[in-house]
Design a protein around this ligand. Sequence first.
Ligand code: ASP
Length: 401
Amino acid sequence: MHNNNWLLWALLVAAIAGIFCGWFFGHSMLAIEWVGELFLDALKMVIIPLIVAAVISGIASLGGASGGLKRLGGLTVGYYFCTTAIAVLLGLIIVNIIQPGAGITEVSQVVPDRVSGKEETGFVEIIRSLIGDNIVASAAETKLLEVIVFSILFAAALTTVGERGKPLVAFFEGMNDVMIKIVVWIMYFAPIGIFALISSKLGDSGGGEHFWREILGVGKYMLTVIIGLTMHFFVLMTILLIVSRRGRQFIATMSKALITAFGTASSTATLPLTMECALEANVDKRAVKFVLPLGSTVNMDGTALYEAVAVMFIAQAYGIYMTPTDQVVIFITATLAAIGAAGIPEAGLVTMVIVLTAVGLPMEGIGLLLAVDWFLDRLRTTVNVWGDSVGSTVIERICFR
Ligand code: ASP
């Protein structure tokens, strides 16, 4: 595989320059918003064909034994569940120590538009999001989980039809390689895209001065989320070093996907790059093709941690005491809400409704978080993608090495 260290540096410079320009030039940076969107569209364009081809050819390469798929699937879901639970627990501990909501005097009285009418979101909806009644519509609407479940079923069936299935396996293998090639090409435009995305988003939110005022308002809350996410990042890094025994080179290679996650605020849009970087880091193909697509929609450690912190922050700001039992409910529902969140910008803000409703907190509380959410979203998306990347190496080590 090629070694694109220059690209990593270019992305870093682009991200820093994007923050700088967005901060100082504010709204005028909106002029290049379309460049960022073009980059985002290019990434989204390859998602569906890439995922279908990757999941099908990945499972087919397990050797036709359904036991292999069960083991891989079981371990992946189990691992993701554990790390998500660790993230929520970490969030709860930190928010109880720092108490960011204590001393907030002005609370909002209206339910933000974005979440009103979402009270019905719950456990049943999460289960139902696994199966779509029309696979073409699922693909057209980028309902990733539905597409993945269909691809898993397709691949499982494919492995049972023997010789007649071989041309199909070869077809999807070829298609996967072609899609990855396109991702490599798109990646060369990533620095320009990331610069445009970051600078126009920061500019849109009113530039540096405005952002600074927002930070002063809920700074302690932001700090709590940032401390939590940073700690979880290192928890994952420890897992990486101990379990998968990968080191600096892996982190450096994956950094390109991490910076893209920060730039796009979407684990789904970043997925093609995450897969390409993991292949570049020599992670086993079978792990990359199965673990990463699944992770991009169900494994969201950053979102889970953030939801726990945000809900407790709202309780503290409204002066509502959360008993230990309430916090157990938050623990369970935040884990589910993160699993149910789509890998798109600010999806976590919407699934947080599940947690708030479960412990009877006012939905109006979400209004407190809105102004700075676009920024925290980028940080949690980065941790989400990091969680998936580490997951692929852990599962690789357990199943394939
Ligand atoms: N934007 C996040 C992601 O794509 C989801 C969220 O927490 O809002 O991973």
